[in-house]
Design a protein around this ligand. Structure first.
Ligand code: ASP
Length: 310
C-alpha cells in the first residue's frame, strides 16, 4: 500500500506562460544537490526567455533540454552513461500539444543534442521514432554533426560504468548517494495556450546494448496534449513504459497537476514497486511534480514567479 509519505510533491496555480524542468529522479548527495538545482535553474531561465518573448512551448522545452544536454553534470547528451559495450546510446523525445505531433530518437550514438534530432524527426519525417544507425544517418543527412564520443564521456560516467560492470549490474544513473544528476526533461505552456514536453537521457548505467528506455517513448517518457496537459518523466524506464506514465499523468489532470503527478507516480510504485518522478503542466499553465525517489532536482519559471528544489 502506497502512503502519502512515499510521495513528495509540489505545485503552482494557473499562469499565462510557465515552464518546469527536471534534472532526474534519484538519490543525489546533499553536497551535490546545489549544483544540480543551479543547472535546472539555468535551463528553466533559458526556456523562460523563449516564452517571455512570445515563443512557443515547443521551442522553450527544446531550449531548456539542450541546456541540460550540454551540462556534463546530467545523464543526457554530454555526460551520458555508458551501455554494456562501453558506448553512449542516447534516447530523447519531444511532443507538441497543439496537434499531438511527436518525434524521438533511441539508441542514438554520440550527438551533442539528441533532442534537436528528435524534433527534426517530428518535423521532417512521417515517423515518430528513429533508432540507432538509421537515426544517426538521418541526423547526418539533416546537417547534424556526429560528436567525438570520447569528448562526451565524462570521467564520472566511465567510473560508474566500471563499478556497475564489476558488480555485473545495471544501475539507475542517479542511484545510491550519487554525485550526479540524471535524465533531463521540461514541460511548458506558452502565452497562446499550447503545451509541450521534452525528455532526454543516456538511460541506465551498463544497460544491455540495444536497450531503449521510456524517455523516447511517447506516452511513457513524454506526452503533451493541449486538451489534457504535458508531462516528462524520469526513473525506472521499464516500469514507466509498463504503466504508460506520462499519458497516465496527463489523463489524470482532472484535479490539480500536483495531484495528478502524485497519483501517477504512486500508481507506478504500487503496481511495479519501482520509483521515479515526473513533472506536469496543465492546460491553464499550472505546474506540478511528484517523486518517489529521495531526490529529483527541478526549477520552474512562470510569468509571475520562480522556484526550484529537489
Ligand atoms: N528513465 C530513464 C531510463 O530508464 C532513466 C532515468 O530517468 O533515470 O532510461
Amino acid at each position: 500500500m502506497v502512503t502519502q509519505a512515499d510521495v513528495a510533491s509540489w505545485g503552482t496555480g494557473a499562469s499565462s506562460w510557465s515552464i518546469l524542468v527536471h534534472g532526474g529522479a534519484g538519490d543525489v548527495r546533499a553536497d551535490s544537490v546545489g549544483a544540480h538545482v543551479k543547472g535546472c535553474e539555468r535551463a528553466a531561465s533559458e526556456g523562460a526567455k523563449v516564452l517571455a518573448a512570445g515563443g512557443s512551448a515547443l521551442d522553450a522545452v527544446q531550449r531548456a533540454v539542450e541546456v541540460l544536454e550540454s551540462d556534463p553534470l546530467f545523464n543526457a547528451g554530454t555526460g551520458a552513461c555508458l551501455d554494456s559495450d562501453g558506448h553512449i546510446a542516447l534516447d530523447a523525445s519531444i511532443m507538441d500539444g497543439k496537434d499531438l505531433r511527436a518525434g524521438g530518437v533511441c539508441a542514438l550514438p554520440a550527438f551533442e543534442h539528441p533532442i534537436a534530432i528528435a524534433r527534426r524527426v517530428m518535423e521532417a519525417t512521417p515517423h515518430v521514432l528513429l533508432a540507432a544507425e538509421g537515426a544517426s544517418r538521418f541526423a547526418v543527412a539533416q546537417g547534424f554533426t556526429p560528436a567525438d564520443e570520447a569528448t562526451m564521456i565524462t570521467e564520472l560516467a566511465r567510473k560508474k560504468w566500471e563499478a556497475a560492470r564489476a558488480k555485473n549490474t545495471i544501475e539507475g544513473w542517479a542511484g545510491g548517494a550519487s554525485t550526479s544528476g540524471g535524465t533531463v526533461g521540461a514541460v511548458a505552456r506558452d502565452a497562446s495556450g499550447h503545451v509541450a514536453a521534452a525528455t532526454s537521457t543516456g538511460g541506465m548505467v551498463n544497460k544491455l546494448a540495444g536497450r531503449v528506455g521510456d524517455s523516447p517513448i511517447v506516452g511513457a517518457g513524454t506526452y503533451a496534449d493541449d486538451e489534457g496537459g504535458a508531462c516528462s518523466t524520469t526513473g525506472h524506464g521499464e516500469a514507466m513504459i509498463r504503466v504508460c506514465l506520462a499519458k497516465t499523468a496527463v489523463d489524470g489532470m482532472r484535479t490539480t497537476p500536483e495531484a495528478s503527478a502524485r497519483d501517477a507516480i504512486a500508481l507506478m510504485l504500487r503496481r511495479t514497486a519501482q520509483t521515479g518522478g515526473l513533472i506536469v503542466v496543465a492546460p491553464d499553465g499550472a505546474l506540478g511534480l511528484a517523486r518517489t525517489t529521495r531526490t529529483m532536482t527541478w526549477a520552474a519559471r512562470t510569468d509571475a514567479e520562480q522556484a526550484s528544489g529537489c
